[in-house]
Design a protein around this ligand. Sequence first.
Ligand code: 3PG
Length: 215
Amino acid sequence: MSRIEDQQSRIKATLELAPVVPVVVIDHVEHALPLARALVAGGTPAIEVTLRTPAALDAIRAIAENVEGACVGAGTVVTPKDLEAAQAAGARFAVSPGSTTALLDAADDSDLPLLPGAATASEAMTLLARGYRLLKCFPAEASGGVALLRSLSGPLPQLRFCPTGGITPDNAATYLALGNVICVGGSWLTPRKLQDAGDWAAIEALARKAAALHT
Ligand code: 3PG
């Protein structure tokens, strides 16, 4: 099996863990463990921690080392340096809002599976040519949402997507009903307000509802 095939099969297994991948912004590293435990308990164990805060890499490290059942990944991976830092922190997968040649070259040389973003047929085709069959559709709602994904399924049936950006509890099921959607990503499970209040039970309840959505 080639490296990209191996990476694709690992990212597929990750994206099949639950219908929703929580996209998390962690401001305080001490939130990482209770937050991840709540998400795992609620049934959404593939967790994308975005590299948007100074706490993100330490949060990934803490979750990777301490939370049984979690599959923690890094989001907002934009540069080869981000990819390297994510892997060093113990991330099991990486997610990017898009892709650059530099990032894809780095991913080719890395063991860390990458879920790169695409919002057009040309972007998706460029990634397909490099061996990617699983893509993040970003920004999903702003780029055309369900209609865009339906349109892409005709000419590009080999691809499956994790739409992210504008997904809500109200529209998630419509996305998940599409044949070329493997799961969706969203930040609604872990609002800052609940993190700051330490209301992990409420986060677990949001995760439980998301986990019950049908793929
Ligand atoms: C992001 O960029 O933060 C993610 O795509 C999540 O988007 P959302 O906040 O619309 O769920």
